[in-house]
Design a protein. Structure first.
Length: 362
């Protein structure tokens, strides 16, 4: 076993491309490249963004003075196809890339397995995903949706919320396996999940909860059905109206919370109403999850990029602090979590699962 491992962590998100280089668990360089809604509007799917995202990563590595040939592994955030996955690592292979290429969604995460697999083969290194979004640890009762044709899934911001929950638990002098937290990740997408005894037992995903900078979240079902069958929109257009041209973008024409707060400071009442509504809906999602554990919550944790906003976190806190103390951990630990997870695999401390037909689903 080697003493030193170099790991490239890549995390193409809905509105940004995050890149970090680690030597073991020490970060030696990182960059978060923001993509404007105008830039992303040029592409109808995330797969079409391949060249743009690839060049962003390679340009940063060149600037940092490191080469992919120096890496021992790539740690990527993403997965090839939707399903139910175990927590931890999956080794990326051609099948995962093929499944990713079939995805017609707009989230940049789709590109992670494609980029990582191609670079892994080119440079003869390993590539893994870790704590993917569709990690599913839901209890049986939480899977019931109300329609026998639709099952609720456990997909959420697994990577950042698990890593942040571990950090907050440690700061409390406790272990992740011994706490009950409601975690709310607020970024391009916003979602909340309930962590109890080391498992995510329920979630409010970004399509059944609050709206976010670019996504509609929960909308009235009847109105959505009428939109779908009105003859005015294709399926792709409806999807774009729900994810991409919705939320803050749909109401205010921007996905930038700083811009929204600037408008509010200048007296824009519409911006103030929409921003308050987003905080209101986030608080409702947190409150709903609290009922699952009968209000017995150790901490409510607000994380993600939007958690840097004191205006937003204060609006949420004043509505939910009656449930449990609120902890704000701005930003995301996703890059560190990716690298540390893959490092454990390289050191033999964890075993990666194989991505194979019929084997990835729990």
């Amino acid at each position: 076993m080697k003493d030193l491992y170099r790991i490239l962590a890549i995390n193409p998100g809905s509105t940004s491309t995050k890149i970090s280089v680690f030597e073991n668990d020490k970060e030696i360089g990182t960059r978060n490249i923001e993509h404007s809604s105008e830039e992303l509007a040029k592409y109808s799917t995330a797969v079409e963004q391949y060249d743009m995202r690839k060049e962003a990563i390679l340009d940063y590595l060149k600037e940092l003075g490191v080469s992919l040939s120096e890496m021992d592994a790539i740690a990527a955030r993403g997965i090839g196809r939707w399903g139910k996955y175990r927590a931890g690592a999956y080794e990326i292979n051609d099948l995962m890339e093929e499944d990713s290429l079939k995805d017609t969604g707009s989230h940049g995460m789709i590109l992670s397995p494609i980029l990582a697999n191609r670079w892994a083969k080119e440079y003869g290194i390993k590539a893994y995903v870790y704590d993917v979004v569709p990690v599913d640890e839901l209890e049986e009762i939480a899977r019931i949706s109300g329609s026998p044709f639709i099952e609720r899934m456990g997909a959420s911001h697994t990577l950042n919320t698990k890593a942040t929950a571990r950090k907050v638990a440690e700061e409390m002098g406790r272990t992740y396996e011994d706490v009950t937290f409601i975690m709310c990740h607020m970024g391009g997408g916003i979602g909340a999940n309930l962590h109890k005894n080391g498992r995510i037992i329920d979630v409010t995903s970004d399509d059944e909860g609050t709206f976010s900078p670019e996504r509609a979240g929960r909308v009235p079902v009847d109105a959505l059905i009428k939109m779908c069958f009105s003859g005015k929109y294709t399926e792709k257009q409806v999807r774009k109206l729900m994810k991409g041209n919705a939320g803050l973008v749909g109401y205010l024409g921007t996905n930038d919370c700083k811009e929204v707060e600037r408008r509010i400071a200048e007296g824009d009442r519409q911006a103030e109403l929409i921003y308050k509504a987003m905080a209101y809906q986030i608080a409702k999602d947190i409150g709903a999850l609290a009922t699952v554990v009968k209000g017995k919550v150790d901490r409510i944790v607000l994380t993600g990029g939007i958690a840097y906003s004191k205006m937003m976190t204060c609006m949420i806190t004043e509505r939910v602090e009656f449930i449990a103390p609120v902890v704000v951990v701005p930003g995301a630990m996703e890059m560190e979590a990716l690298a540390k997870g893959v490092l454990r695999v390289l050191r033999g401390e964890e075993k990666a699962s194989a991505y194979l037909p019929g084997k990835t689903v729990l």
